[in-house]
Design a protein around this ligand. Sequence first.
Ligand SMILES: [Zn+2]
Length: 91
Amino acid sequence: MEVAGGLVADTPGFSSLDFDHIEKEELRNYFVEMEQAAPLCKFRGCLHLKEPKCAVKAKVDTGEILNSRYDNYVQFLQEITDRKPRYPKND
Ligand SMILES: [Zn+2]
């Protein structure tokens, strides 16, 4: 999969297998519009799922962030979360 400029191509159907090597914390690098909104979230480390006062969800509501992008984000986050952990991180 080509990743240009840190943005995943906004195409439906890119395989979740491509995300096997991506950690939850790295997912934000692929969803730049959410990363940009993240500092406005109430909570540091907000994953933009069910947290209250989430700036990302607010932008999805207003259409500033595309629903499809948010759906992709949630889906990938879920798959990464469900994935069997490999090694504990040392940092
Ligand atoms: Zn958030």
